[in-house]
Design a protein around this ligand. Structure first.
Ligand code: SAJ
Length: 435
């Protein structure tokens, strides 16, 4: 029975992997009264956390600071026995195949410390069957008896940008390996997760997580397909989708320059790898979304002559989505690559992104000087306050391409820019009237 009441010894939890899910989870368990050991294999990460460099979202840093100051969260160099172990390690993919070695290594690391009745929870997003194959397999491989522990899968579901809020409020799905395992994990998570908690078996929980992200990928692919179709028909896709979404049973997502991040473009492969023959829709959706950077580049190439080879395109935003610093699988990377293949010079400006595959411009002025086109890839809020007239004065050619209609486009037009928006009519449509 999990409890943090004062009459009993507080539950001790070890969180392995102190990334964007592990750190806030560890901090929120500490906030809820648990004694928490936080461990990360990366020594530099441990040193940074100990130095108070929590990075990322301000709310995450804030709960982490409080947890460390309370003395209930310790960043440790060595793993020690605990009541529960939560694995929040990465599951990267290589050629669309998941690399589960971090899950296996983390399980092997805790296996010698396990005591009868201990809880092991895998939070990482994984292909169906991973808990049994990899976690249980590693415990057996280390000479342990998996049946003497409680084993569960509780996939993280929070959206980068609102991690703390969603950790507190989202519903959770917990899969248990044997009867009672999921309920045991539920008691622990209920200490800080205040949304509904549903219990099921492990494979279903594994599948649910991947299905959620795949659903989003397919929905976005539909929106992207509509954007390209609407351009052909010279109809505004944004207005079309907005109006279709007035129907009580329609909810189409937004088109855009590509689907990035380390989840949505990755997880559908976990399903299609399981059976390529019955997952045609999932695979097609992936291809539609993967083609969006090329659609953006084709449009740029139609309007920006290469000239003597000095034609320069400035990309605004390197992050995979607005107002986050994460650039993994960002559409910007592919757009830049395709522009360079065509012979354009490129510059990227992103005042929020932490790091990018190529050096970022230090200032907007540096990014737009003598540039021939500006492309809004990531609609960070900070870009809304850019002064179009000041940018116009620096650029060689006043062309603006937008992956989404996120700027005050009339202001940019008034400053002399020719503006082109993905999925929009070539001329502005009449104002929407709602009666
Ligand atoms: N995007 C569109 N159109 C949209 C919405 C998003 O093109 O209408 C693009 C974004 O610009 C971005 C990409 O999709 O490039 C992914 O962004 P996102 O906000 O859809 O999702 P993530 O990757 O930040 O977080 C997702 C979330 N999953 C769902 O909403 C089902 C989150 O809840 C998961 O926890 C997270 O994946 C994860 O870690 O798996």
């Amino acid at each position: 029975m999990i409890s943090t009441s004062e009459s009993e010894t507080p539950v001790k939890v070890t969180v392995l992997g102190l990334g964007y899910i592990g750190l806030p989870t560890a901090a929120m368990l500490a906030e809820a009264g648990c004694r928490v050991d936080g461990y990360d294999v990366d020594e530099r990460r441990r040193a940074a956390l100990r130095a108070g460099d929590f990075g990322g979202e301000a709310e995450v840093a804030s709960v982490a600071v409080d947890a460390v100051l309370s003395g209930r969260l310790r960043i440790v160099d060595e793993l020690a026995p605990s009541d529960a172990f939560i694995l929040c390690v990465p599951t990267p993919t290589h050629d669309h195949r998941p690399d589960l070695s971090y899950v296996e290594t983390a399980t092997r690391a805790v296996a010698p410390l396990l005591r009868r009745g201990n809880l092991i929870v895998l939070e990482s997003t994984v292909p169906p069957g991973t808990v049994e194959r990899v976690v249980v397999g590693a415990i057996r491989g280390a000479g342990g008896d998996p049946d003497s522990y409680r084993i569960a899968h509780c996939p993280e579901r929070v959206i980068p940008g609102a991690i703390v809020h969603e950790l507190h409020t989202n519903a959770r799905v917990i899969g248990g390996r044997r009867p009672g395992d999921a309920e045991h994990a539920r008691d622990l998570y209920a200490l800080f997760a205040h949304g509904d908690i549903y219990v099921t078996d492990c494979v279903t929980a594994e599948l649910v997580k991947v299905v959620e992200n795949t659903y989003r990928d397919v929905n976005i692919a539909f929106a992207n397909e509509l954007a390209l179709l609407c351009e052909e028909l010279d109809v505004d896709a944004w207005e079309t989708i907005r109006l279709a979404n007035q129907h009580p049973r329609v909810s189409i997502l937004s088109p855009g320059p590509g689907v990035g991040g380390h989840c949505i473009p990755v997880d559908p492969h976990f399903l299609s790898n399981a059976n390529p023959f019955v997952t045609e829709l999932i695979q097609t959706a992936r291809r539609v979304n993967e083609r969006m950077p090329a659609a953006i580049v084709r449009r740029i190439a139609m309007h920006v002559p290469l000239g003597d080879g000095s034609a320069t395109v400035t990309l605004l935003g390197a992050a995979y989505k607005p107002n986050v610093d994460d650039t993994r699988e960002s559409p910007t990377e592919r757009i830049e690559e395709l522009l360079r293949e065509r012979g354009y010079r490129t510059r990227v400006y992103d005042p929020i992104a932490r790091s990018f595959s190529r050096p970022l411009c230090a200032s907007l002025e540096e990014a737009v000087l003598d540039s021939d086109a500006l492309v809004l890839v990531t609609e960070h809020d900070v870009f809304r306050s850019i002064d179009p007239a000041a940018v116009r004065a620096q650029m060689r050619n006043p062309l603006l391409f937008c992956g989404r209609p996120a700027l005050d486009l009339d202001a940019w037009r008034s400053a002399g820019f020719a503006v082109s928006v993905l999925g929009a009519r070539s001329t502005p449509s009449p104002a929407l009237s709602v009666s």
